[in-house]
Design a protein around this ligand. Structure first.
Ligand code: 4NP
Length: 147
């Protein structure tokens, strides 16, 4: 199973989802791959936002080695599942889908709820981490039941 976590900047939310899912997958002893990308290109080549790195570290997850990249159409071929953080990400990714097979790979991490964008609000990083953790646990459970 190959899972791609996607948000707008790939420096706040999707790096958390990437690191958390990778940790959960490892705990389960699964041979799954996890990566992340942004719909935007502003931060390509940079590490995660220091507030996400800090929040992850407080929870025992190291995301400091991740490097930001932008989503590319080839990711539809590379990954089994494209997991987006909010409706805007979903719209932007679906706009790049070439066919139904691509579109079917796209889903929101929280099913029908958005993971809020914390970029302009320092107080959101802790709750965002918890939402991401809950979403990743739920997603892993669902996928394990299916595969
Ligand atoms: P993210 O947060 O999508 O969770 O990585 C953002 C990061 C950067 C920007 C917006 C959102 N930005 O506009 O640069």
């Amino acid at each position: 199973m190959k899972i791609l976590m996607v948000c707008l900047g790939n420096i706040c939310r999707s790096p958390l989802a990437h690191g958390v899912m990778e940790a959960l997958v490892k705990e389960e002893g699964l041979d799954w791959q996890v990566d992340s990308a942004g719909t935007g290109n502003w931060h390509v080549g940079q590490g995660p936002d220091h507030r996400s790195t800090r929040e992850a570290k407080l929870n025992g997850v190291n995301i400091s080695k991740q490097v930001c990249r932008q989503f590319k159409v080839g990711d539809f071929d590379e990954f089994d599942l494209i997991v987006v953080m909010d409706q805007n990400n979903k719209r932007d990714i679906l706009a790049l889908a070439r066919n139904d097979e691509d579109s079917k790979k796209v889903r929101l991490l929280l099913g029908d709820k958005n993971v809020p964008d914390p970029y302009h609000d320092d107080t959101l990083f802790a709750p965002v981490y918890q939402l991401v953790l809950d979403g990743c646990k739920q997603l892993l459970k669902e996928l394990q039941a299916k595969h």
